[in-house]
Design a protein around this ligand. Sequence first.
Ligand SMILES: NC(=O)c1ccc[n+]([C@@H]2O[C@H](COP(=O)([O-])OP(=O)(O)OC[C@H]3O[C@@H](n4cnc5c(N)ncnc54)[C@H](O)[C@@H]3O)[C@@H](O)[C@H]2O)c1
Ligand SMILES: O=C(O)C[C@H](O)C(=O)O
Ligand SMILES: [Mg+2]
Length: 473
Amino acid sequence: MGNTRLGGKSVILRLEIQTDTINFGQVASVIFAAGGDIVAIDVISTSRDMTVRDITITVTDSVDISIITEAVKNMEGVRLVNISDRTFLLHLGGKIETQPKTPIQNRDDLSRVYTPDVARVCMAIHEEPDKAYSLTVKRNTVAVVSDGSAVLGLGNIGPYAAMPVMEGKSMLFKQFAGVDSFPICLNTQDTEEIIAAVKAIAPAFGGINLEDISSPRCFEIEERLRRELDIPVFHDDQHGTAVVLYAALINALKIVGKSIDSIKVVVCGIGAAGIACSRILLSAGVKNIIGVDRMGAIASGIQYDNRMLQWYAEHTNPDRVQGTLQEVIHGADVFIGVSAGGILSREDVGHMADQPIVFAMANPVPEVRPEEIEDIAAVIATGRSDYPNQINNVLCFPGIFRGALDCRASEINEEMKLAAAEAIASAISEEELNPLYIIPSVFNQHVVKAIRDKVVQAAIRTGVARRTPREYR
Ligand SMILES: NC(=O)c1ccc[n+]([C@@H]2O[C@H](COP(=O)([O-])OP(=O)(O)OC[C@H]3O[C@@H](n4cnc5c(N)ncnc54)[C@H](O)[C@@H]3O)[C@@H](O)[C@H]2O)c1
Ligand SMILES: O=C(O)C[C@H](O)C(=O)O
Ligand SMILES: [Mg+2]
């Protein structure tokens, strides 16, 4: 797979350098020797015998920044003024803001955007509630709702700590699909309170994207909201992940020449993402799926206190295999990890069938790092943007909501999800397909449009579109 590491941590060191004692070249070589790659230098101030510079350094994840800072501090004639982490700098004050579409420059503007004239618009909507779609942000706006209970693979870190992820999702909605959205992190993890809160805020929105809500509560929350609201409700960690996973598997199987109904798949982490991925694979024709969670393989005959696991046991694992991940991975053609970082070893991958496919999708740390297995796995994918083959729900949720909003769909149904998966898979032609390129980049300009078109068509076909976009009239 070659050098798969494309990014890394990035910090800015502000250094005060006594130029009569040491020159910048010497400083740079010490940083380099300690594992830092200098990517930018900004001169902040200079005097006859002193210069202050901001040195931007990137390091791979395996390098400890403190080794570099210690090396710098030990240099005579150099003072480390401060260190700033570029990622933290990017988050200062949050990552998004609201932006008026028109300026308010005089009293006339004021009376039209606000009182008194706004009252006529309010009354028009009061008389015909559907006008909310044409006269408010509802038409193009999605709520990104989390309770902070299963944030990435970080676990239950709460609503405040979940905000940076939800703000990030909002950025992605806007950048990739022109969808406006608000990050909403609720200060409750009670199922009924979450349902009530989402129903209460729904009037402002054309769709609800549930994010990072842990299982099993996420299933009931989504099911109830789908039933009780007339706008699409989509739990991204379930369906977004499943759609992209299925797209990636269609293409990976072409590379290894195996057929979907003959493969043995081990899914690790039977939570929101694991259950949805397994479901989509079952409907795509996979016969042998074994799910593994902390307690080992899920098998019928074992009693589970959670109804989703009970369902899972009854619909998967036809041979009722029991055991740990290390035991059941033997002979598997495909590993799908949606659990936690670092739980799969090179040795485990060595026990898989010929030409193993490894999708280690836990974030931010995958179940196994690609560099550990690149010589023994046929196809590797992770959820991260800094390795090739990113299987991440970001490839799905912007396009699927773009389609759902454009045709004012009342829900996002199975046909729309399968259509999205096929659109993603077919974005890579047979000629382009290779082990490092099974899934299109999120920056591929055509993917969102392709998903959107297929999703709109599927919504019209299945009767959930409440508006037919002009090109289909
Ligand atoms: N790449 C993507 O697009 C994508 C999408 C969704 C989720 N994820 C990742 O998948 C993981 C799970 O997300 P989720 O939303 O399903 O969370 P979740 O909390 O609903 O489920 C996680 C499941 O993994 C299990 N688990 C945790 N540690 C385990 C271990 N050591 N061995 C076996 N099972 C273990 C838990 O018991 C739980 O059932 C997270 O790391 C998340 O970042 C990735
Ligand atoms: O947020 C991501 O990058 C993907 C996914 O939603 C996750 O929870 O890991
Ligand atoms: Mg998520």
